[in-house]
Design a protein. Structure first.
Length: 62
């Protein structure tokens, strides 16, 4: 299994949340399919929330 992609960007304040937009595929996704776009708010405490609903996001069990 390939390692997940990683992106590093400078931020003005390391204690502020960062909002990112990500394309999400899934087991059924194939190259050429348009991914589902999600806007996610990442906090310095390690939590991720859906930026639209505020729902905390958790990683699926592997």
């Amino acid at each position: 299994m390939a390692p997940p992609p990683e992106v590093s960007l400078p931020v003005a304040d390391a204690l502020d949340d960062v909002t990112v937009k990500v394309g999400v595929g899934g087991k059924e996704w194939t190259p050429g399919d348009a991914p589902t776009l999600r806007t996610v708010r990442l906090s310095p405490d390690g939590t991720a929330r859906d930026a639209d609903t505020g729902t905390r996001l958790t990683a699926p069990a592997l």
